[in-house]
Design a binder for this molecule. Structure first.
Ligand SMILES: Nc1ncnc2c1ncn2[C@@H]1O[C@H](COP(=O)(O)OP(=O)(O)OP(=O)(O)O)[C@@H](O)[C@H]1O
Ligand SMILES: [Mg+2]
Length: 249
């Protein structure tokens, strides 16, 4: 049984075909890369897996269970956690509260979760782990500052860290390295390695930074025009004529 299976996914927006038969199976834990040119359908695929978008046809199967078309709350409860390409943090909340907020069950709804984030029991339970995660990406000194004070790249790190306060089965990271200061890229790569060592689940990274993703992932899925063009080790996909022509060339 695959940990995550996407089967013949289709999704169109009016006349624009975003997914055109995308399919692959992820058999078990690992760090996987999902690459491909702009508009290849990578984010739409994440949206379909995470329940943000309902595919027109095809199936998403998580741990043997068909979860196609489930809402994002249900997907989160079923074990899918994701970051967004455009980066979503609560700007007026402190960095620590952003992480504590992410530790709340997604089924609560945003306003109740925000109130409960301030409850002392929850804060006590999650405080040390939240601070540890913030420290791993060098954000500990900003723990009590509003996220609005962070640079764009630091906000992305905060969003990524927040994803790891819970322990889902599948982590979907949409362009984690984008906008991150080059001096922090190694910190981010190490953070992802540490998280994987601590919780060896399915990590799927969409990334345009080839050096970053190829150094982390041992299995790379290449998308082009809404479907999978190639799959293999970093060396295999870099040597693929199809991939070079569609993307890397
Ligand atoms: N909500 C939407 N409405 C209309 N078109 C959309 C929508 N979302 C995606 N698309 C289109 O679907 C196609 C795939 O987009 P998607 O964002 O999935 O690509 P991507 O591989 O993530 O690209 P990038 O690397 O630029 O982030 C593109 O042509 C895009 O313009
Ligand atoms: Mg995208």
């Amino acid at each position: 049984m695959s940990a995550l299976l996407v089967q013949d996914l289709h999704k169109s927006y009016g006349g624009i075909v975003a997914l055109d038969g995308a399919q692959f199976a992820i058999e078990g834990p690992g760090i996987y890369g999902l690459i491909g040119p702009n508009g290849a359908g990578k984010t739409t695929l994440f949206d379909a897996i995470a329940g943000t978008v309902v595919p027109d046809s095809g199936r998403v199967v998580l741990g043997g269970r068909d979860v196609t078309g489930w809402s994002s709350h249900r997907m989160a409860a079923a074990g899918i956690s994701r970051t967004f390409q455009e980066c979503r943090v609560l700007l007026e909340e402190t960095c620590l509260d952003n992480v504590l907020f992410a530790a709340q069950p997604k089924t609560l709804g945003a306003s109740l979760a925000q109130v409960l984030t301030r409850a002392s029991g929850h804060r006590r339970r999650c405080h040390d782990e939240a601070m540890r995660l913030l420290s791993l990406v060098r954000l500990q000194d900003y723990a009590h500052s509003p996220a609005a004070q962070l640079s764009f790249g630091q906000r992305r790190l905060l969003e990524i860290v927040s994803t790891f306060i819970s322990s889902p089965q599948v982590f979907l990271l949409d362009e984690p390295a984008s906008g991150v200061n080059p001096s922090l890229l190694e910190v981010l790569a190490d953070f992802i390695r540490i998280m994987y060592a601590e919780r060896p689940r399915v990590f799927l990274l969409v990334e345009h930074n080839m050096e970053f993703v190829m150094s982390l992932a041992q299995d790379i899925i290449v998308m082009h025009q809404g479907r999978v063009l190639e799959r293999g080790s970093p060396a295999q996909v870099q040597a693929s004529d199809k991939v070079v022509e569609a993307y890397l060339g």
